[in-house]
Design a protein around this ligand. Sequence first.
Ligand SMILES: Nc1ncnc2c1ncn2[C@@H]1O[C@H](COP(=O)(O)OP(=O)(O)O)[C@@H](O)[C@H]1O
Ligand SMILES: [Mg+2]
Length: 257
Amino acid sequence: MAREAKKAGTPAPLAQGAGAAPTPVTGEQVDVPGDARVRAKLLTISSSKGGSTKTTTARNLAVAAAHQGLRVCTVNLDAQPTLTAWARARKKVPGAPIIEHRAIVANGSIPEVKALVEGGGFDLVVVDTPPGVESHPVELRMLIRDSDLVVLTTQQASADLDSVVEWAKTVRREGTPFTFLLGRTARQQRNFDDAKSRLNDVGDLCPFDVRSAASVDDTDKLGIGNMEIKGDRCGVDFVGAWGYVSKRLGLTSREIK
Ligand SMILES: Nc1ncnc2c1ncn2[C@@H]1O[C@H](COP(=O)(O)OP(=O)(O)O)[C@@H](O)[C@H]1O
Ligand SMILES: [Mg+2]
């Protein structure tokens, strides 16, 4: 692991155990329900396009949740094995908080996902979905209906926004809460602020965007989250995004009393 990390030009994140990872900026540990019968929160990562940072978001939010002590399962509904390969690589990372993984064929997947949520003994099930929404429209709608929150990922280009805004209408019709998450952002580009305003106008926008960084590619290969690389800016962004998403899921509450 340490050798691999060096080769990728990144610090070895967990070589000395989980303590080597930076403390999540969201702080406190959350209460973990000890009862395996507790229903997990179902978080679906969705968008109408490939390349909109769904898989990257799924694994990074899962890592942030696992660092809070939550029992997390990631689900890959995509025929592409990207998330599954990452989960396999993670098993070999010393000291990394455990994240369970299931690769499920999207066709007819809903009962299996429901079983994981209702009886899997998890606190959080994170579902990564196939690119586009045309391939399995029935399953996707059912999944969205059953989800506690849908994160709609998008890049900041206007064509990406057109697409995700249209998809958000379908999600809204299913009655499930959702939030937009801007990923792979270039904050200095002038369309960044436009993108934020537009998404904020049409729905809920996660107040933390995820900046573009080459380290994302390293974390994919190494089976880690960006927050497990010391000082990684995407790690900071994803911890922030998780703080928001977990609040929306009712998993953490930091309101001032
Ligand atoms: N914040 C980021 N910075 C740099 N590259 C990113 C970032 N987020 C995603 N990527 C890259 O963008 C590509 C698409 O991301 P991915 O998560 O696979 O999208 P999707 O699952 O929606 O198809 C991948 O090559 C991934 O490594
Ligand atoms: Mg993907």
